[in-house]
Design a protein around this ligand. Structure first.
Ligand code: RUB
Length: 310
């Protein structure tokens, strides 16, 4: 893979042509793998500098993608202690393979854990497009043909449509709503209310707070008011330790044009990509490859970046 091709992938991640936390991390790791396999430069330091540069570009392409950030940190860790290009290349390739093994193995365990925990429910609500939440719902739909999923369209870029289309394609009954109808659908008895909420995750703080697509907080608050459980399916490697305090974590602010292309000059359009959902709203818990983890227990995973894939 050439540097021009790498840059095109980074641009597609920033533009959300490639979206979803797990997908971004996989695409990034695969791109680094393809790049490094054939990368040969005269000087070893130049080799290290280029690998580091592109790993950091992927790590920081979007500020709320700790899975990619943690994967790139794992790839780069101690790399400069290698003796030469070939040693460094082998180390990077081995680490990327470990990362893919972790992603594949954790996917299977998370899906099994989530399905066994949630398969008794009939009416679900989800938000945005999470590959994990989507696949759990598909599997539960295979077990019970009569489930229903209420899903939100996810303004401004409508990732909810990807979820709705996929669920409908495999025969799951889907009710698609605008984001601002979520609280009514959860609380108002005129509608078939969800019995449970299931979303994916972009990041989890050391205090067990969730970072996920903007709109998630609305569902979480309404779920608490309705006294229905709120679950998150996630790899534990989405733990985000980049800020000294959870409330200092940066939230990605996207181009206002995504919200309103021709907004009048004096209208200030603000377009945050993610919500910070305080731990107290994660009432069901985090369904991970390490089992069902309460927000408080996330502290115990603090060494995950050092140990995963080993
Ligand atoms: C996507 C989003 C997803 C998470 C989890 O946001 O919020 O729920 O990334 O996805 P965006 P997964 O469209 O801005 O990337 O479970 O596939 O990792």
């Amino acid at each position: 893979m050439t540097e021009k091709e790498l840059e095109k992938i980074i641009r597609s991640i920033k533009d959300l042509k490639i979206q979803g936390n797990t997908n971004i991390a996989k695409v990034s790791a695969k791109a680094v793998l393809d790049y490094i396999t054939n990368l040969k430069v005269a000087d070893y330091n130049e080799f290290l500098a280029r690998v580091k540069h592109y790993c950091l570009e992927f790590a920081n392409a979007r500020p709320n993608e700790p899975l990619t950030y943690n994967a790139m940190s794992f790839i780069l860790n101690d790399l400069d202690e290698c003796q030469n290009q070939q040693q460094a290349r082998i180390k990077v390739i081995e680490r990327i393979e470990s990362f893919f093994s972790y992603i594949d193995a954790s996917y299977e365990i998370i899906r099994l854990n989530a399905v066994s925990l949630l398969k008794g429910y009939k009416v679900f609500m989800t938000h945005c497009h999470s590959s994990l939440a989507r696949d759990v719902l598909i599997r539960i739909g295979e077990i019970s043909a009569d489930i229903e999923v209420i899903n939100t369209e996810t303004r401004p870029l409508y990732q909810g449509r990807i979820t709705a289309a996929k669920l409908a394609e495999v025969g799951v009954k889907v009710t698609h709503i605008v984001d601002s109808a979520a609280a009514s659908f959860i609380l108002d008895k005129r509608y078939t209310n969800p019995e449970v909420i299931l979303v994916g995750s972009d990041g989890i703080t050391i205090e067990g707070d969730l970072i996920n697509k903007v709109g998630t907080l609305n569902l979480a608050i309404a779920a608490k008011a309705a006294n229905i459980p709120f679950y998150v399916v996630t790899q534990s490697m989405k733990l985000d330790l980049r800020a000294s305090k959870p409330e200092l974590l940066e939230i990605e602010q996207r181009d206002p044009i995504e919200v309103w292309k021709d907004a009048p000059a004096r209208v200030r359009v603000v377009n945050p990509a993610f919500d910070f959902v305080p731990a107290k709203y994660i009432t069901g818990g985090y369904i991970t490859e390490k089992g069902l983890i309460s927000p408080k227990e996330f502290k115990n995973l603090v060494n995950i970046n050092a140990s995963y894939g080993a």
